[in-house]
Each structure stands twice: as structure tokens, then as C-alpha cells.
Write a protein that binds this ligand. Structure first.
Ligand code: DAH
Length: 343
């Protein structure tokens, strides 16, 4: 009996330390301890030598030991199938990998890229500038002095820390910054986010995106402006679209115009998009005002130039059939996932 107890204790210690790395290890364990010629069977055989009065107790001990071995066997089986096997046998390297969600381009960015790439083909470079701007670059240098009534059309947000700072109302501030560099000619397009203090609705938001353009050189004329924009319209909306210029007013250009294209939804016959007029307004433009050139230390007697500016959201809404401008900034994946191509 003593001897049996000792043996059981030794085996328990030995078994407690067993670990396996694969199914073969588990099977080896089973054969060694639970097999027909295994240790549990052998110990059971030793019952014969146990004195009659101890048989009951010895039987209990052996049953308990057998249970202990069986529990260990189950635990080993589990750990081997839980991937603790060497990676080689669990990995099928011929399977395709898990795909990562990579997202897609935002519709405003798709439209911006389309617009910008057309002007890049004409030799325009892309310029960038700050969204928090001082009064001079957003208004003053653009011939919009303080108290000028045209400032009313572009109310914005002001920075408490510094009353001279505003969130820019157009990307025209970058026109000024490019001209200030003093390197002529200037031929840039300026995409970017702009802000207006407007009531948010399906048609207007307190921030949106623009692409502006600026070309300053000797002898740049209104004819250059028209040819550049004709090319843009053809590339953007197709050969058959008609174009018209309407006289308009911007403080930073003189003369100024607004450019319409024949409605690309109804082809000009009149629909809800063009408000039954057959025309859709797409941009403002004009010849850069001599005061603006002077403000940037450019001699208006020697240099002239044209500028234009357009929103990005409106054409994107028309192209993709989006009926609410707020959808662009709500981060709703169901909306965003629909724009996967660059067209
Ligand atoms: N800044 C104007 C706006 O946001 C658009 C614009 C019109 C820009 C004429 C120009 C321009 O550069 O020449 O309404």
C-alpha cells in the first residue's frame, strides 16, 4: 500500500509537468499512461498484492489517479488543438490573405482631383495656404477694405485670441500669398476648404471647398481667360456643352463675370436642377484688379492677369446625384462607400 501511494505521487508529479506541442505528443501520453500496456493498467494490476483490508482504499486511490490522468489527457488534447502546435502544420500558405479595409476617396476629393488635373494639363501648378488667415490676405489685399459692403456677402468666423484672424472665406488668400512671393509669371490653381457664416441647410453649409485659379504675366487678356475656361468646360462636361458669360461684380476683378454652362442634366430644355433656365452657374472670374496687383508689389502697367473661382460641392452633387450638402461631412460610411472610382 505504502509503495502504491509512493508510485502514484511520483507519477502525478511527472504527469503534472507534461506538456505537448502537437497531436503526436498527446497520443504518446495516452499510450504511456492510458494504453492497454500503460501505467494506469499496470498500477491496477498491483491491486492483487494489496492486503485485503486496504483494497477498498487502494481502489479509491487508483480510481482517483485514473481520473487525474484522464483529465490531464483531455487538457493536453485541448491545448494541442488550440493552435499550440508548431505554426507549420496549422498554416496553409496557399490561402489568399485577409483583405484590409482600405477605404475609398471622398466624393469632394474625387471632384477636386478632376478639376485640378484639367488645369495641370494646361501648365497650372497647385498652390496651398492657411485656412486661418489674417484680415489683409483674406479681404484687404483683395480690394475689400474694412467696411466695404461686399464683405457682407462673405461673413465668416473670427478667432477670439486674435481679432485680426478669420477662417478664410475663399482660397483667394493664396492668390495673394503666391503673388507676394514676387516670382512672375504666376500660374496656379488653389484647391482648399473655406468657411462662411451661413445657416446650414441642404443647399449650403458653413464650410465647403473651392478651386481657384490665377494667371499673371505680361499681356494676359480676357481672351486667355475665356480660352482657358472653354477648355476646362469641354474636358469637364463634354464637347456639346454651351458656355455663356454674364457680367458680374467681384471687388478683386475688373471686369468680372460669372460663367454658366448649358444644363448637363436636361441639355438646356429646363429642369429642376437649372431652375427651368437651361443654364447652371459654375464659376466666377475676371481680370485681376490693378489695386490687387499693386497690393502685391506687382506693376499693373506691366503685368495683367485673370482669376477664377468655383465651388466643388455643387458640381459633385450634380454629378453623383446627391441632394443634401450635409452628407459630405457626416462621415456616414453607407454614403462614403459608394464612391470607389475616380470617375
Ligand atoms: N472668391 C469668389 C467667391 O468665393 C469666387 C471668385 C470669383 C474667385 C472671381 C476669383 C474670381 O478668383 O476672380 O465667391
Amino acid at each position: 500500500m505504502e509503495q502504491l501511494l509512493e508510485q502514484i505521487a511520483t507519477y502525478k508529479k511527472e504527469i503534472g509537468a507534461v506538456t505537448v506541442s502537437d497531436a503526436k505528443g498527446v497520443e504518446d501520453f495516452r499510450i504511456k499512461y492510458l494504453g492497454t500496456k500503460g501505467i494506469v493498467k499496470a498500477l491496477m494490476g498491483e491491486m492483487k498484492q494489496v492486503a485485503a483490508e486496504n483494497k477498498k482504499e487502494a481502489g479509491q486511490l487508483l480510481n482517483e489517479f485514473k481520473q487525474f490522468v484522464e483529465n490531464k489527457y483531455e487538457a493536453l488534447k485541448e491545448s494541442a488543438s488550440n493552435g499550440q502546435e508548431p505554426a507549420t502544420s496549422a498554416l496553409d500558405l496557399t490561402l489568399p490573405g485577409d483583405s484590409l479595409p482600405i477605404g475609398s476617396r471622398h466624393p469632394v476629393i474625387l471632384m477636386r482631383n478632376r478639376i485640378v488635373s484639367i488645369f495641370q494639363r494646361l501648365g497650372f501648378a497647385v498652390a496651398d495656404g492657411p485656412e486661418i488667415e489674417d484680415d489683409w490676405h483674406n479681404f484687404g489685399a483683395l480690394n475689400l477694405p474694412e467696411h466695404h459692403p461686399a464683405r457682407d456677402m462673405q461673413d465668416t468666423f473670427y478667432v477670439q485670441q486674435n481679432p485680426d484672424w478669420v477662417l478664410r472665406t475663399h482660397t483667394s488668400n493664396v492668390q495673394i500669398r503666391e503673388m507676394e512671393k514676387g516670382k512672375l509669371p504666376v500660374r496656379v490653381v488653389i484647391p482648399g476648404r473655406v468657411y462662411r457664416n451661413e445657416t446650414v441647410s441642404a443647399r449650403s453649409h458653413c464650410f465647403f471647398h473651392q478651386v481657384e485659379g490665377l494667371y499673371i504675366d505680361e499681356k494676359v487678356s480676357f481672351a486667355d481667360l475665356k480660352q482657358t475656361l472653354y477648355f476646362f468646360v469641354k474636358e469637364m462636361y463634354g464637347k456639346d456643352v454651351k458656355v455663356r458669360f454674364r457680367p458680374s461684380y467681384f471687388p478683386f476683378t475688373e471686369p468680372s463675370a460669372e460663367m454658366d454652362v448649358s444644363c448637363f442634366i436636361c441639355g438646356g430644355s429646363g429642369c429642376n436642377i437649372c431652375k427651368k433656365t437651361g443654364w447652371v452657374e459654375i464659376l466666377g472670374c475676371g481680370m485681376v484688379h490693378p489695386n490687387v496687383l499693386t497690393n502685391c508689389n506687382i506693376d499693373p502697367a506691366k503685368y495683367t492677369g485673370f482669376a477664377f473661382g468655383m465651388g466643388i460641392e455643387r458640381p459633385a452633387m450634380l454629378k453623383y446625384g446627391i441632394n443634401d450638402i450635409r452628407l459630405f461631412s457626416e462621415n456616414d460610411l453607407r454614403f462614403l462607400k459608394q464612391f470607389t472610382s475616380a470617375t
